[in-house]
Design a protein around this ligand. Structure first.
Ligand SMILES: NC(=O)c1ccc[n+]([C@@H]2O[C@H](COP(=O)([O-])OP(=O)(O)OC[C@H]3O[C@@H](n4cnc5c(N)ncnc54)[C@H](O)[C@@H]3O)[C@@H](O)[C@H]2O)c1
Length: 253
């Protein structure tokens, strides 16, 4: 029997890169998967790849900012699979998604709304949509994909760093509220993770070893948190040591 056989996982931003790897990792371990993404074409490909692994996949084409649609898809998933056991709030990104990276002093209010709504409120909508059925069944794992930008900041992404830090706050406060229902809430803060088949070596946040991470590094961490029952309210940094303190510099003798 596979680790997550009979379980259902909902992954947002599951059409590409990290989210796709997380969705496939659940499927390889026997879970049925709800593939949520606004990129319909790529999401359909993920669905096909999941079905080829012998489990069920449900396509949920929508923007995580669209609360009504999210609630409708979750209702459909509960109807179809009887439950959602795992929610991974992975959909997100900086103002770079809309070519609006800039110093904070110049950031437009509409860009601030876009970044906060996508990264923080989107995760809140998805979480509120799955929670009632998790509470009723007294089982659930919610995993939020934050960023080390929340921990050490990142130029031209003040809104993004704030939204990702908000996710960590949400993780801790919600973990307190839902612990009594056997629901664990955790977050993961990745460093530079490869996307679109390229390595992450051109990115800002490389690890101590000089290289970036892969979507599999994050998917493995998600699976670990989905499996665990005694870790909650935690933020796991997966960055190859990038956010270690200044003590990493070699001391001259
Ligand atoms: N790649 C990195 O180095 C890195 C580092 C730290 C944190 N993160 C975070 O990890 C997550 C995934 O990163 P990635 O590099 O795989 O991103 P990506 O841009 O490669 O893929 C994101 C996926 O989410 C979908 N998506 C984006 N906004 C959406 C929305 N509003 N509604 C529905 N779907 C949406 C996209 O269509 C895409 O399929 C993001 O939250 C990102 O902020 C990434």
């Amino acid at each position: 029997m596979k680790l997550f056989e009979g379980r259902t996982a909902m992954v947002t931003g599951a059409a590409k890169n990290m989210g796709k790897e997380i969705a496939l990792a659940f499927a390889r371990n026997g879970a049925n998967v709800i593939v949520c993404d606004y990129n319909e074409e790529a999401a359909r490909e993920t669905v096909e790849e999941i079905r080829a692994l012998g489990v069920e996949a449900m396509l949920a084409v929508c923007d995580v900012r669209d609360r009504e649609k999210i609630f409708a898809y979750v209702a459909e998933a509960v109807e179809r699979f009887g439950k959602v056991d795992f929610l991974v709030n992975n959909a997100g990104g900086s103002a770079g998604l809309v070519q609006k990276l800039t110093r904070f002093v110049e950031a437009e209010p509409s860009t601030l709304d876009f970044v906060i709504d996508t990264n923080l409120k989107g995760a809140m909508h998805c979480t509120q949509a799955v929670l009632p059925s998790m509470i009723a069944r007294r089982y659930g794992k919610i995993i939020n994909i934050s960023s080390i930008a929340a921990i050490c900041g990142l130029y031209d992404r003040v809104d993004y760093a704030a939204a990702k830090a908000g996710l960590i706050g949400m993780t801790k406060a919600l973990a307190m509220e839902v612990g009594e229902f056997n629901i664990c809430v955790n977050s993961i803060s990745p460093g530079a993770i490869a996307r679109n088949g390229k390595t992450a070596e051109h990115m800002t946040f490389l690890g101590e070893n000089g290289h970036g991470g892969t979507p599999k590094d994050i998917a493995d961490t998600v699976l670990f948190l989905a499996y665990q029952d005694y870790i909650t309210g935690e933020n796991i940094v997966v960055d190859g040591g990038r956010t270690l303190g200044p003590g990493h510099q070699k001391i001259k003798k």
